[in-house]
Design a protein around this ligand. Structure first.
Ligand code: ZN
Ligand code: ZN
Length: 208
């Protein structure tokens, strides 16, 4: 089953996001290795903050950034839409990923869509080992705002945690401040925290 985090509306307005109490995940005994894979033209330097940031949430996980970018396959590109099909990219990642890791996150700096949806933030395999996020609509410049590295990184972290959460079996949460809340717009992403709510944290504990 594929879960899709969808951006179906365009909201240029930026809102402050609220911070909820920080939660930690994992028992600290076993280590799960995760690989962040830049795909296509993604600049790995933009992701350098991500391994440490992700490990603060997924305490049992250790993340690395792949030293080589994975190509974006041409068959995933829809020239009429000028977007990549995230489901095809996810399948491609499953086939081409290097071995030796338990979770994989492909990071694409291109616009994604899935099915009939106009675009998506990312996609993951529920209870699987792979997920994909797009940086394309996370930059403030996309919404005609000034560049803001801190805001951009906060959005990237939230989308990464969200999609990885799906790979751990978490589904969407009704709590708008929970990272597993469905983002219907960039406003939703900015509103939510980068952490699971206490209820989702409990679910995650049961999975680990
Ligand atoms: Zn989702
Ligand atoms: Zn939640």
């Amino acid at each position: 089953m594929l879960l899709i985090n969808v951006l179906v509306a365009f909201f240029p307005t930026r809102v402050k996001f609220k911070i909820v109490p920080s939660y930690t995940i994992g028992c600290g005994k076993r280590l799960v290795r995760g690989l962040l894979i830049p795909m296509g033209e993604t600049n790995p330097n933009e992701l350098s903050f991500l391994p440490k940031a992700l490990s603060k949430t997924f305490r049992i996980m250790s993340f690395e950034i792949s030293s080589e970018n994975l190509n974006l396959p041409l068959h995933a590109y829809n020239s009429a839409r000028r977007q990549y099909n995230s489901t095809i990219l996810l399948e491609y990642l499953a086939i081409t990923k290097p071995r030796g890791y338990e979770k994989y996150l492909g990071i694409v700096d291109a616009d994604l869509y899935a099915g009939e949806l106009n675009f998506v933030f990312g996609e993951a395999t529920l209870n699987g080992d792979s997920a994909i996020i797009s940086l394309y609509r996370l930059r403030p410049e996309f919404y005609s705002s000034s560049a803001d590295e801190e805001l951009f990184r906060a959005r990237v972290l939230k989308e990464a945690v969200h999609e990885l959460g799906h790979t751990f079996g978490l589904t969407h949460c009704r709590n708008p401040e929970c990272v597993m809340h469905f983002s219907n717009s960039i406003m939703d992403t900015d509103l939510k925290s980068a952490e699971p709510c206490s209820a989702c944290q409990v679910k995650l504990f049961r999975r680990l």
